[in-house]
Design a protein around this ligand. Structure first.
Ligand code: TXA
Ligand code: MG
Length: 347
């Protein structure tokens, strides 16, 4: 496994593996994917088995040429054409009515199919070498944080895949935005790098899936995968929310208490605050001045904490301007929605 663009021979071999029904993990601009031939039901079954994922949780079909879209969907609504034009190739997945050639195994039994055209050149080369349609969920064991390096894939799925293509660390670090076009008004099923505001600027009316908005909502998220607890580190994670000074003070008090009992907590801080935490295992997720660094490192930081004997993990909240919705969606899931709200003490 060496990072960088793989040579022709490696890509040809990966393409052959996929055509013969095997599994290849590969980089995309969002997270690493666990690829199989999307038109081969047995390959999809292998993907579910490798991840330990329930087979009613559908896979995303990846394409690398715009013309391929019409082969796997029954219909392309106008709004989907506009989004494809604007954001493909890129971190956007669209749910559309499926064509007959897409097996139900790939779509978890649904009549719709999720389609994405990634921008990563390695992903594109692989998809073309495989014949054009690669089903790929994130290449993690079900429930664990998605992989942002080939090393993460090796950790989770090393024995279950036929090949891992190493393209180095991914650029975005959070999975694609999912927009559902099977209803009258397009609905965001999973927030990502492309924000609700960006979609509204392009399409006009766009809704957020009700199941995503509230943690205690009785409405189920429409993307089957969004209902599961996810991305969770081994130690219990809580998010501490409020003014920066109050958050730092609260986390320091938990850390000091733990230390008295001979324990250590983990702390997810930022470049701006990390020096302010004297106790515990402190990790900076990135800089608030550059929110993309926070998105890029989130899963890596969550995974990292599994190597430490920490009794609990406390994280600052990251409601950053553009990607905050996507970042907090993942962090809240990882924390099982445990939030501690703190306030500045009144003088
Ligand atoms: O960025 C990404 O999208 C990455 C990379 C590898 O492309 N892939 C990814 O796949 O995140 P996965 O399987 O981890 O997440 C796909 C999500 C799941 O929550 C699934 O339930 C939902 O998409 N989904 C797939 N097909 C669907 C459909 N037809 N209707 C509703 N939700 C669907
Ligand atoms: Mg996933």
């Amino acid at each position: 496994m060496t990072a960088g663009h793989p040579d022709e021979e490696t890509l040809a071999r990966a393409g052959r593996i996929l055509k013969e029904g095997g599994l290849v993990a590969f980089p995309t601009e969002t997270v690493y994917g666990l690829g199989g031939n999307a038109l081969d039901p047995r390959a999809s079954m292998k993907i579910y088995a490798a991840k330990g994922r329930p087979s009613d949780n559908p896979l995303i079909v990846h394409i690398a040429e715009m013309e391929k879209l019409s082969e796997i969907v029954a219909e392309i609504p106008e709004g989907a054409k506009v989004l494809a034009e604007k954001y493909w190739p890129g971190p956007l997945t669209m749910i559309l009515p499926k064509a007959d050639i897409v097996p139900k195994e790939t779509t978890g039994g649904l009549d719709s199919v999720a389609v994405r055209f990634p921008s990563d050149p390695i992903a594109q080369a692989l998809i073309k070498a495989a014949g054009g349609f690669v089903a790929a969920p994130s290449a993690n064991t079900s429930g664990r944080p998605s992989p942002t390096t080939a090393g993460h894939v090796e950790e989770d799925l090393g024995d279950a895949v036929d090949m891992i293509i190493d393209g180095g660390q991914v650029g975005i670090g959070l999975e694609s935005t999912i927009v559902d076009f099977t209803e009258e008004i397009p609905v965001v099923l999973r927030p990502g790098y492309i924000s609700l505001e960006m979609l509204r600027d392009t399409l006009g009316e766009v809704r957020m899936d009700q199941g995503l908005i509230k943690s205690d909502s009785t409405v189920r998220p429409k993307a089957p995968g969004m209902k599961y607890r996810h991305y969770a580190p081994k130690a219990d994670l809580s998010i501490v929310e409020g003014d920066t000074d109050a958050v730092v003070a609260a986390i320091n008090s938990y850390a000091a208490q733990a230390e008295k009992q001979g324990l250590q907590v983990g702390i997810i801080a930022t470049d701006e605050t990390m020096e302010r935490y004297p106790y515990g295992v402190v990790k900076s997720i990135g800089s608030r001045e550059d929110e993309e660094t926070i998105a890029r490192h989130l899963y890596e930081v969550l995974r990292d904490f599994d190597q430490y004997q920490v009794s609990a993990i406390y994280s600052e909240a990251f409601y950053t301007p553009r990607m905050g919705q996507a970042i907090m969606n993942r962090l809240l899931k990882a924390a099982g929605h445990k939030i501690i709200k703190v306030q500045e003490e009144k003088q």
